[in-house]
Design a protein around this ligand. Structure first.
Ligand code: HEC
Length: 196
């Protein structure tokens, strides 16, 4: 490299440093991030789905709204989702007990799948034989009732499903962890523990 090129390159570097030095601090506002290059990149309008926003034109709110995602029409049912018709109250509990029945066939394979799920989701409270003596149950203010006690022996399967779906007192809802079929398979296994 000849000297002239080196001189030009160093002069350019010097100018660059001086330019950065001048633009990097602003006396007016020490907290200012400085000049923004392509502000759209980091100030994008991040819209939440299913919410509407007031449109702002020239810094003023208008009556126009922006919608990120249209709300589904009332009564829309997601594909593959079966609505559960019974409400989370004593009326719904009673109706589930009367009208709801296990659609899952009582086969060895289904009962075994219920047993595996029981080991993952229930055993710590209800205990391996369903006596309500799992390690977590000992810490609860009230132990779960025994599956073979008179109350649960007489409990219709629809009420069991209702409790698995919504929860009951100290037992939480399992609707988000277990599919409908899994809940019914668990009930097959509870019946097995009851000797039914
Ligand atoms: C946090 C501890 C806990 C877990 C986990 C739990 N249960 Fe329970 N379960 C309870 C308690 C406590 C009750 C008694 C509720 C009441 O009647 O007050 C109960 C009640 C029940 C009943 C009777 C329901 C009724 O309507 O009276 C059934 C059936 C049952 N559980 C099954 C299960 C199954 C199956 C699982 C696993 C998916 C499970 N439970 C997980 C604590 C638990």
């Amino acid at each position: 490299m000849n000297r002239k090129v080196i001189q030009i390159v160093s002069l350019m570097a010097l100018f660059g440093c001086v330019a950065i030095g001048f633009t990097s601090c602003s006396k007016k506002n020490p907290n200012s991030p400085g000049v923004e290059y392509m502000p759209d990149m980091y100030r994008s309008p991040s819209l939440e789905s299913n919410m509407s926003y007031q449109k702002i034109v020239d810094g003023k709110q208008t009556n126009d709204t922006l919608q990120a995602n249209r709300l589904p029409v009332a009564g829309t049912i997601a594909r593959g989702f079966m609505p559960y018709p019974y409400t989370n109250d004593t009326t719904g509990y009673g109706q589930a007990g009367r009208f709801l029945h296990n659609p899952i066939e009582k086969t060895e394979a289904n009962i075994m799948q219920g047993e595996v799920l029981f080991g993952k989701f229930c055993v710590h409270c209800h205990g391996a034989t369903g006596q309500g003596d799992g390690p977590v149950a000992l810490k609860l203010p009230g132990a779960p009732p025994s599956y073979t006690g008179p109350v649960l022996m007489a409990l219709p399967e629809g009420k069991m499903f209702h409790t698995l779906t919504y929860g009951k007192n100290l037992m939480g809802s399992h609707a988000s962890q277990l599919t409908v079929a899994e809940r019914w398979k668990l009930i097959l296994y509870v019946h097995k523990l009851q000797g039914k």
